[in-house]
Design a binder for this molecule. Structure first.
Ligand code: C2E
Ligand code: MG
Ligand code: MG
Length: 721
């Protein structure tokens, strides 16, 4: 055997193997033995393999022989055998004795430090032993056996060490030894391979060199405390390698104690489990995602839908599942090939995902079917805006490797709670609704619920018509006077949006919510403000310089955080109107506490001199604390309270309370919907500041405003005069 480097020590094994041959030779010579052999039991348990064999005083090749019926077999059982002269008679079945012409035999077991027989030492003689030499031979043999046994044990230990060292050097697990202060003393190549640090870079360093932020300080402390207390810790640990990257490992920490029982070292074993983790990840991905588009598959979709339903239940919200099927996908797939088909699916997946919020889920169920979960909606109606947007986005051409392709989709919508709370059922309802959309001519969406569908269709028709009207600035304004009850003067007009489609009047009660839903309200707001400013300027030029116009503003016209502010003040400036000429009417919903962003813009309007009125007061939150927090000037009592307040006690109480409250907050009050003299008298009595309603006038056309004002002034003069 060659020299082997083991734990830094050079062992010359060539010399060692000579020891046995030399000892056997010397024994043979000193005893004049014809054969001397040192043997060990073969792995089969019934043969002996010689480690050294000397014949006629010279070492020869090793042999293997069967132990059965030989004196060596008895020696193996622990006996010392010394047979002088008649060995063949005592072991008549041992043919080897006959073959070799042996008459005398000496054999002693080789016993290791634990008392175990590890081999034999024997000598064979052709002649009888000299008389009286037996005791000397026995003593010599016993001594030699002890020497050989200890030598063999030594060799065995060294071989075991060598083996252990080879294992440590070649094993896939990383091994490190550290002292009780957790400083690294020794590492193996696998430890370096896993951590990226060479042994030199690690030795002397604290084990915390491998710590990552993935785990807490407590987690790491627990590893050491548990291993010290329980003798072992093992678990999954994310470490950080030399490059700074996280790596997953299965780690075992074993304390090594001194003979007194105190911990001297820790052995740390780490196995690289990144491949297993990657495989797990892959399995998880395959179980939950579609390989073509990387979108969630049906399995993950249903689980997410279930989560969305539970979430909506908890927060009293709505959620919807949109089932989208591409129209004519098969034709594209067949004409351009599957590869192009896959590419198109990927582009569709990308476009759908980009068009939605991160909290929404886009999934692919297979083929050309996609599903979208829309969360956190105030009503199922919100889903129609999303469906409409998705269809428009989808209709934009796709560029497939030099082929521009246009495709449309059909969408079915089912929503929680009105269509149920079972994910499977909702999905199947959405699927059915999708077929309705296909039947209606494709490239459209359809609700599962019939009434929802009818309303949605009506809204969608309105939306298209309204878009055209807005583009043509075909949105009109009617003005309704607001009278100062104390002096009878017309001090304000409320501007009200008017729209006629093909000669048919459509109420703002119907079209304003549609405009809000589809994001068209800011454009309507612009038109109303622009037209109102033009009229107001004309009226000023005609001498009515103290008039104020009340302009309705929807909550959706106020900027959310991060959005650009509207340019209402600039519009006023362009018309050379002071901001005080306008009062913006908003409903109480805008005062909700989560609308604090808008408060900033309110203050800006207010600081410029514009007024703020709370419209339809009494129908919403009506919270005094909100009123204090927002810069409000006017409360408009909703006309539903005025309608009956002269003969309904509860309405009277409400109206008088609002007036008293407003006075204490230094706010003015406008009563809406005043239709008769009795209501006006009562309001006057309660100290209401302004009145608006059919009793004075219905909303009138722009051209009628100046004549109306002139006539009013005349009559007032007559009345006063
Ligand atoms: P509003 O701001 O409370 O407007 C008052 C509504 O009451 C108007 O209905 C008006 O015609 C009606 N009205 C006035 N006096 C009487 C009366 O004595 N009796 C009865 N029964 N009704 C009376 P209109 O014009 O149909 O507007 C309805 C709602 O549409 C408005 O309620 C407002 O919330 C919204 N709206 C109208 N124009 C606009 C606009 O330009 N922008 C926004 N965001 N909303 C608008
Ligand atoms: Mg109003
Ligand atoms: Mg109102």
């Amino acid at each position: 055997m060659d020299d082997i480097k083991l734990s830094g020590i050079n062992w010359n094994l060539t010399e060692d193997s000579n020891f046995l041959a030399t000892t056997a030779t010397r024994l043979a010579q000193s005893l004049s033995a014809d054969h001397v052999l040192i043997g060990e039991l073969g792995t089969d348990g019934h043969t002996c393999s010689t480690l050294a064999y000397v014949v006629s005083g010279e070492p020869v090749d090793n042999i293997v022989y069967d132990l059965k019926d030989t004196p060596c077999a008895d020696v193996y059982c622990g006996e010392v055998c010394l047979i002088n002269g008649d060995v063949q008679q005592q072991y008549p079945k041992d043919a080897l004795l006959v073959d070799l012409g042996v008459t005398s035999y000496t054999g002693v077991p080789l016993i290791d430090s634990e008392g175990k027989v590890v081999g034999i030492l024997s000598a064979l003689f052709a002649n009888s032993l000299p008389l009286g030499s037996e005791e000397n031979i026995r003593a010599l043999f016993m001594m030699a056996a002890e020497l050989i046994a200890s030598h063999l044990e030594h060799i065995k230990k060294r071989q075991q060490l060598l083996l252990a060292d080879t294992i440590i050097e070649t094993i896939g697990e990383g091994i490190a030894l550290c002292d009780r202060n957790r400083h690294i003393i020794l590492t193996n190549p696998a430890f370096s391979r896993i951590t990226g640090y060479s042994a030199d870079e690690l030795i002397g360093k604290h084990t915390s060199i491998l710590r990552s932020d993935y785990h807490s300080e407590e987690f790491y402390e627990d590893i050491w405390h548990t291993s010290a207390r329980e003798g072992r810790w093992s678990g999954e640990v994310w470490g950080v390698n030399k490059k700074g990257d996280l790596f997953p490992a299965w780690q075992t920490n074993n304390p090594i104690k001194s003979s007194q029982g105190s911990i001297e070292y820790y052995a740390i074993l780490i196995s690289d489990i990144s491949e297993r983790k990657a495989a797990e990840q892959k399995i998880r991905f395959q179980a939950n995602y579609d390989p073509v588009t990387q979108l969630p598959n049906r399995h993950l979709l249903l689980s997410r839908l279930n989560d969305a339903i539970q979430m909506s239940k908890r927060h009293l919200k709505h959620c919807a599942v949109l089932f989208l099927d591409l129209d004519m996908f098969k034709t594209i797939n067949d004409s351009l090939g599957h590869q192009a088909g896959d590419q198109l699916l990927q582009l569709v997946a990308k476009r759908l995902t980009e068009g939605l919020r991160e909290s929404d889920t886009v999934a692919r169920l297979g083929g050309d079917e996609f599903t979208i979960i829309v969360n956190d909606m105030e009503s199922a109606q919100d889903a129609e805006v999303i469906a409409d947007k998705l269809l428009q986005q989808l209709a934009q051409p796709f560029q497939l490797d030099h082929h521009p392709v246009t495709i449309t989709g059909s969408i079915g919508i089912a929503a929680y709670p009105q269509d149920g709370d079972n994910p499977d059922k909702l999905l199947s309802y959405a699927d059915q609704a999708m077929y309705n959309a296909k039947n209606r001519g494709k490239n459209c969406f359809s609700f599962f619920t019939a009434t929802m569908q009818q309303q949605a269709e009506r809204r969608l028709v309105l939306k298209h018509q309204l878009e055209e009207a807005i583009a043509a600035k075909d949105i009109g304004v009617a003005y309704q006077p607001i009278i100062n009850i104390e002096n009878g003067q017309i001090e304000k007009f409320e501007a009200l949006a008017r729209w006629q489609h093909q000669g048919k009047f459509i109420s703002p009660v119907e079209f304003i919510p549609v405009a809000e839903e589809f994001g068209m309200i800011p454009r309507i707001g612009e038109i109303i403000l622009e037209k109102s400013c033009e009229l107001l300027r004309q009226l000023q030029r005609a001498g009515f310089t103290n008039l104020q116009f009340a302009i309705n503003r929807s909550a959706k016209e106020f900027p959310r955080s991060g959005e650009a502010e509207p340019n209402w003040l600039d519009v006023l400036e362009d018309h050379q109107l002071p901001a005080s000429a306008i009062c913006f009417e908003v409903t109480e919903s805008i005062l909700a506490p989560d609308n604090l962003d808008q408060k900033r813009y309110f203050n800006k309007l207010k600081n410029a001199g514009a007024q703020i009125a709370i419209d339809d007061f009494g129908t919403g939150y009506s919270s005094l604390s909100y009123l204090r927090k927002f810069p409000v000037d006017i409360l408009k009592i909703d006309r539903s309270f005025i309608a009956e307040f002269t003969n309904r006690e509860d309405d009277l109480t409400l109206v008088s309370t609002i007036i008293a409250m407003a006075r204490s907050l230094n706010l003015k009050v406008v009563a809406e919907g005043v239709e008769d003299q009795e209501q006006l008298n009562k309001l006057m009595e309660l100290g209401c500041n302004y009145a608006q309603g059919f009793y004075f006038s219905k909303p009138i056309e722009a051209e009628q405003v100046l004549p109306y004002l002139q006539k009013w002034a005349e009559q007032l003069n007559v009345a006063v005069g």
